[in-house]
Design a protein around this ligand. Structure first.
Ligand code: HDL
Ligand code: ZN
Length: 411
């Protein structure tokens, strides 16, 4: 078993594995006002907005007042015409263009506009998911978003390759701001989190679990997340969300380390990262053994200790290389660490895609990096006399890109 033959087997398995993308911000075409696709959406990805504002003086106010097409043209000028598109997100635009046979240097942004579909229909969605080798995408569904809430209440049809996840950020992080929307939806809650109010919050969650049928519940949390916490969010988490998730056998995804709006002028592009303590996570995994936790941390400095924590708790499933960590070099570093410390027992990646066509470059990159790392690891097994065969590699690769997730969320 030499390296080239191992590399071929790994490459084939990783290239052909059908991925479950277990955390995205994508919506199906039936959620028309929230669904994002097309060249102008690709170019105005908030990652690219942040990068474009580094290329010289510019007014954020004027940018936000500019219509979408103008925003895209400005970003294109700054990131593709003045300098080379060397960043992960900028080069991702080239990979999307290439997938649609667009020579963007020759055809420019209009060439991409002609090739991509701004108002995606189900056929286009299937085409892009197939191009990316993605079977199903898990959404981020926020019942506190009035537009999204309307689609669910109207029972609009859901494309079969879109799966729901119930996002709870406002309830846990801004409880005072959800009191009014909850009351307007008919739930008797007030500023005091009385037993009665907790019962009503639980009824609210039961109703949305029934409506959305989520595969997990999710919360993003700041680097300063503490547990237990005497504030309303901490009490809702401990007294309502955890028991409810346990009862429904719903994992809770904890995405920790997001420092929101460090630069508000950049809006969605204005968030940053911070190193979190592992202790709240240890307490949750230890003291709530009947709960399951999907966990992703945003700080590079947290990655090793997350994996060590995962070695301590089987109800902790590390997932993905989140947001600022989704770059070739950091996906490689994190995937190596994970394989070396917990073997193929984690969810290798999620895309966090906001725009449909993002799936194409985000998954192509992750496949390449994971294949490179796995080849090294299988070559080592062969060196120690282990028979490395295609079937075993396929099983491991499927586990990393899909099966570990579905096994973990199975009820
Ligand atoms: O909170 C989250 O789910 C993050 O992924 C944010 O949406 C972030 O803006 C993002 O898009 N990261 O990729
Ligand atoms: Zn996200």
């Amino acid at each position: 078993m030499n390296r080239p033959s191992i590399s071929d087997m790994v490459g084939t398995a990783v290239k052909s594995v059908v991925v479950t993308d277990m955390h995205t911000h994508l919506f199906p075409p039936s959620f028309a006002r929230l669904q994002m696709s097309g060249a102008d959406r690709v170019l105005t990805y908030h990652y690219l907005i942040a990068e474009a504002f580094r290329t010289g003086p510019a007014s954020e106010t004027r940018f936000w007042q500019t219509p979408l097409a103008g925003q895209a043209e400005w970003i294109y000028g700054r990131l593709f015409e003045t300098l080379s598109p060397l960043s992960e997100a900028a080069s991702g635009v080239l990979e999307i263009a290439q997938a649609f046979a667009v020579n963007i240097q020759a055809e420019g942004l209009d060439g991409l506009r002609r090739a991509l579909m701004q108002e995606a229909d189900d056929l286009y969605v299937d085409r892009v998911l197939d191009l990316a080798g993605v079977d199903r995408v898990v959404m981020t569904n926020d019942p506190f978003d009035a537009i999204e809430r309307g689609y669910w209440q109207d029972r609009v049809p859901l494309h079969p390759r879109f799966v729901s996840a119930l996002r709870l950020d406002p309830l846990i992080n801004q409880f005072d701001q959800v009191i009014s929307p909850l009351r307007s939806m008919g739930y008797q809650v007030g500023p005091e989190l009385t037993d009665g109010a907790q019962t009503e919050v639980r009824r609210f969650l039961e109703d949305w679990i029934e409506r959305m049928r989520p595969v997990y519940c999710a919360i993003s949390l700041a680097d300063t997340f503490a547990f237990p916490d005497a504030g309303p969010g901490g009490r809702v988490l401990e007294s309502v969300v955890l028991p409810l998730c346990a009862q429904h056998k719903l994992p809770l995804a904890l995405m920790i380390g997001a420092r929101r709006q460090v630069n508000p002028r950049l809006q969605a592009a204005g968030d940053s990262t911070g190193k979190a303590s592992m202790q709240p996570l240890e307490r949750l995994c230890r003291d709530f053994p009947e709960n399951k936790f999907l966990v992703s941390l945003l700080s590079r400095e947290n990655q090793h200790e997350l994996i060590v924590t995962a070695r301590k708790f089987g109800n902790l499933m590390p997932f993905g290389c989140w947001w600022f960590l989704n770059t070739d070099s950091l996906v490689e570093e994190i995937t190596r660490m994970r394989l070396e410390l917990i073997g193929p027992t984690f969810v290798a990646q999620h895309s966090d895609a906001r725009v449909l066509e993002h799936l194409i470059y985000k998954w192509a990159r992750s496949r390449n990096v994971v294949a490179r790392v796995l080849t090294d690891k299988y070559e080592k097994l062969a060196k120690f006399g282990w028979t490395v065969d295609a079937k075993a590699i396929e099983t491991d690769v499927k586990a990393l890109f899909s099966q570990n997730f579905w096994d973990f969320v199975a009820r």
